[in-house]
Design a binder for this molecule. Sequence first.
Ligand code: NAP
Length: 324
Amino acid sequence: MTRGKLQHPLFQRVALIGIGLIGSSLCHAMRRGALAGTIVGYARTAETRAKALQLGLIDQAYTTAAEAARDADLVILCAPVGAMGALALDIGPALKPGAIVTDVGSVKGAIVRDCAGHIPAGVHFIPGHPIAGTEQSGPEAGFATLFDGRWCILTPNDATDPAALERLKGFWEACGSKVDIMTAEHHDMVLAITSHVPHVLAFNIVNTAAHLAEVTDSEVIKFSAGGFRDSTRLAASDPTMWRDVFLNNKEAVLEMLARFSENLSLMQRAIRFGDGDAIFKTITEAREIRRGVIQAGQDTAAPDFGRRAPPDGDEKPVKQAPAK
Ligand code: NAP
């Protein structure tokens, strides 16, 4: 089948190693675009394998990553960052010459460190990271439109085969993404400030509120629309995933946290000494960034992120795919 310039399916056999939110969303996107002849998968637990088959996400489930990866033209590692090295070690000997191996991990330098050495010569290893996600996990959490209009970053190196890179780029575009290319190091610095530090802050704001003796839990929840609620969405994210992200992007996260602390101290000082001009300037600069995010189509400009508040005040969120 031919659609546009691309020959469909783009890959005869695609193997997903890990079938959670991102893996299952990729399955939906591949089914939507008829991008794969066959989709096979490995998941750690029998429960996830059974669910993935039942939902029609994959055509065949395997109990080892190596079996799933055998004969695949495209292998996508979709497990937590800390598990990727062991998975790459497992699949290495089973990989077909000419196959493309990629991943979706939220950190890239550590993936190269842990995986590249296990990928045999003749197999193309090109790390990747879709900047799309939600706070949900597991095979039932995925949906076909997760990647639509979102960026996917690929981090090839000087030795990467340009034709393989072009194929992988075409795959992500067919899944709905826009693709950007950068080094693994640059990716880790950019994501430290755009994603990793905001999650550090969200986990800690929510816990600070939870530990306040003077304010009850029910007050925190009742008045959460004052800003707290938006932190709770990030704070609901998967602990395994985020532990692995922080431990594997340690330097960049600590560097960005240090810069953040300096700015926070300036703001604290301005509040303490009543420096209204400094406070005003800080907020004005931050507002400009928010305008840029909306102009770039990376969030809705609707008031309150498009949430509807029915007359009884019981909020019902409009389903959308927040970028991560
Ligand atoms: P998820 O929903 O929790 O799914 C994780 C999958 O990996 C499951 O199939 C799980 O198998 C498997 N797995 C967990 N630990 C494993 C281990 N030690 N060895 C082998 N397999 C293991 O996670 P996700 O949100 O899809 O995230 C997957 C990757 O995408 C992560 O590297 C994350 O950094 C990245 N990412 C996430 C987001 C996001 O917003 N969530 C966005 C972009 C990128 P079982 O179900 O059988 O336990």
